[in-house]
Design a protein around this ligand. Structure first.
Ligand code: 8YV
Length: 313
């Protein structure tokens, strides 16, 4: 398939990227000194885009590639792609669901435990030799507490399974209640926040969910409540979050994603009730390899005349 030319908007896991490069002719926009020049030169021949959520796949780019057939996204979230523009052009868009469920759920639980039990603070406490002066303040138990999951999809369910193993009770909020789910459903996110101890955001990003975790939801979660975000930074009103945490109106937060990555509000750095991660929920060798292989598998399927394995549209 070396005659098929792909435009890569951003690099992914190198060993998997190299496999894709062995198969297709890949032009790396992210390496180009003159991106507009590269598009002008190879654009008329490009039949596929490979992208990630951080690379905004805008209508302008989509419409500048006359032979474009497919956008293969590395990652489950496709909030970086202008789906309306892709639909208008009749393009195929694929993503990499399922293969990252377990890893993302692992980090969501890891962040929950680290935040509620103040694991990072304990580590800093020992390193700073504070233990010599006395024990660290007590934290709270997870067992018996309520975890509210915002976005009860495939990853949400994998998070629930783990939290239940820690003795937590699960409730959820989403667009609608799900058949065959025994957990309590809340139509109102604010009401769920009022009733739960830990609120985990794992819903899709994009315009529909922008800032749905707002000041009112944080207020409802309250001074003993913990917010975990492994979804998208856009889901949480970050300014309201910094304010609620600094005023003690929200108890704690464990965050893997931010509104303007890789920039993180510096006000969070000094907060002991906060655990920060650099968007790594799916970032293990195993999972990133599986995501990369699926990104290329979708391209191969499409250019072999078959349906992609994991279509979005
Ligand atoms: C990755 C993600 O960080 O799948 C997603 O939507 O956010 C993560 O798994 C991302 O794909 C890397 O760009």
């Amino acid at each position: 398939m070396k005659d098929i030319e792909i435009l890569s908007l951003g690099p992914f896991y190198t060993p998997a990227f190299e496999l894709m490069e062995q198969e297709f002719t890949v032009h790396k926009l992210w390496q180009a000194k003159d991106p507009a020049g590269l598009i002008a030169e190879v654009g008329p021949r490009i039949r596929g885009i490979q992208a990630m959520h951080a690379n905004k796949t805008k209508a302008e780019l989509i419409n500048s590639l006359p032979k474009l057939e497919i956008i293969s996204c590395f990652g489950v979230g496709v909030d970086g792609v202008d789906l309306a523009a892709a639909k208008k052009r009749g393009l195929v868009v694929s993503n990499t669901p399922e293969v990252l469920n377990e890893c993302v759920a692992d980090l969501a639980l890891g962040l929950t435990i680290a935040t509620v039990r103040r694991i990072s603070l304990g580590d800093r406490y020992v390193r700073a030799n504070k233990w010599l002066k006395g024990p660290m303040p007590f934290t709270h138990s997870l067992g018996g507490k309520v975890m509210g999951i915002l976005g009860y999809g495939r990853i949400g369910k994998a998070i629930a399974k783990r939290a239940e193993a820690f003795g937590m009770h699960i409730v959820y909020n989403g667009r609608k209640p799900q058949a065959d789910v025994a957990h309590k459903y809340y139509a109102s996110l604010t009401e769920m926040a009022r009733d739960c101890d830990v609120l985990v955001a794992i819903c899709p990003g994009g315009a529909a969910t922008r800032h749905i975790v707002n000041a009112e939801v944080m207020q409802a979660l309250g001074p003993e409540g913990t917010l975990i975000n492994v979804a998208r930074g856009s889901v949480v009103d970050e300014q309201a979050l910094v304010k609620a945490l600094s005023e003690g109106r929200l108890g704690a937060a464990g965050l893997d994603v931010f509104e303007d990555e890789p920039r993180v509000p510096e006000a969070l750095f000094a907060m002991d009730q906060v655990v920060l991660q650099p968007h790594v929920a799916s970032a293990t060798h195993e999972t990133r390899m599986a995501m990369g292989v699926l990104t290329a598998d979708n391209l191969r399927a499409h250019f072999s005349g078959k349906p992609v394995l994991t279509p979005v549209i």
